[in-house]
Design a protein around this ligand. Sequence first.
Ligand code: 3IO
Length: 337
Amino acid sequence: MKTRGITGIIVAVCLMAGFIPAQAADNPVKLSYANFPPAPTFPCVQMERWKTEVEKRTNGKVSIDTYPGGTLLNAKNMMDGVIAGQANIGNLCMAYQPGRFVVTNATSLPLGIPNARVGSLVLWDLWEKYQPEEFSKVKVLAMFTTAPNNIMSKVPVRRLEDMKGLDLRASGGAAQVLSAWGANPVGMPMPQTVEALQKGVVKGLFSSLEVMKDFKFAETCKYITVVDTVIYPFAVVMNMETWKSLPPDVQKVMDDLRVEQSEWTGNYMDNHVKESVEWSQKEQNVEVITLSSEEKARWDAKLGFLTEKWIADATQKGLPAKAIVDDIRTLIKKHNK
Ligand code: 3IO
């Protein structure tokens, strides 16, 4: 009895003196965060930014161990790994499982997302409005997109005819765009592309241009053809049990970060694309090919059917497909102001 009373007094004194945060910092909630590409690439840069902000804003109550480079979960088992609790948090590219993320992958239809900042905000709003079933087993912490994809290749692509049969790496909606242009899309997650290019399995890739610098693709791909067409959508998800176990003040920090983190990542991507293209031109002698407006019109004319086809397929799956596409168009206008 007597001892308890003394303990109570000690606790009370500690509380008054504000010692509790220090104690919490000694014993923080530890979370693992898995990512599939190497540390210097944009998905991992945004992961480190989120980690830093959460640790700071929770005053050390939370500490996050990050696992870049597929060391904990890889590109294709990210979603299932997080659902199963192999990692508390994971970052995934939705294009790697196109049939699984039908609603959010509609952002990679050729609807004119102009940059990653707008793309990220559009994707976030779309997800929030439709809350598709495929995310019901996880807590969504951020969503963002790449900048529009362009062609990076070992051989110059100056006209639509140069695309015929060209082996280019791409996934999901971006791969369908390549097919429509007559190229031969080869599907694989981004990290495998380094070796595929070296071995000559592909002659280039179709993705956002920051990879020229971050993966050093500029060393093998000496040509960029600017087509600024579709984006790749990404999500950051947390295991639902982990989410439920977090104290409300920690949950609030993470909730308040969701849109901010999504937009931050879009902005980072847009700026980094510029840097990467300048570096590729100056340091790697890369040629940037732009299409004349007549030539670009020929490329665009090949893509019209993709959205119609997506609407037909998604309608058959019972989705409000037409409304989803209309919403994406409206959201692009809204965020592009
Ligand atoms: C991507 C994936 C990992 C690291 C950097 C990246 N930049 C663009 C992407 C998009 C993507 O996943 C892809 O397959 O092109």
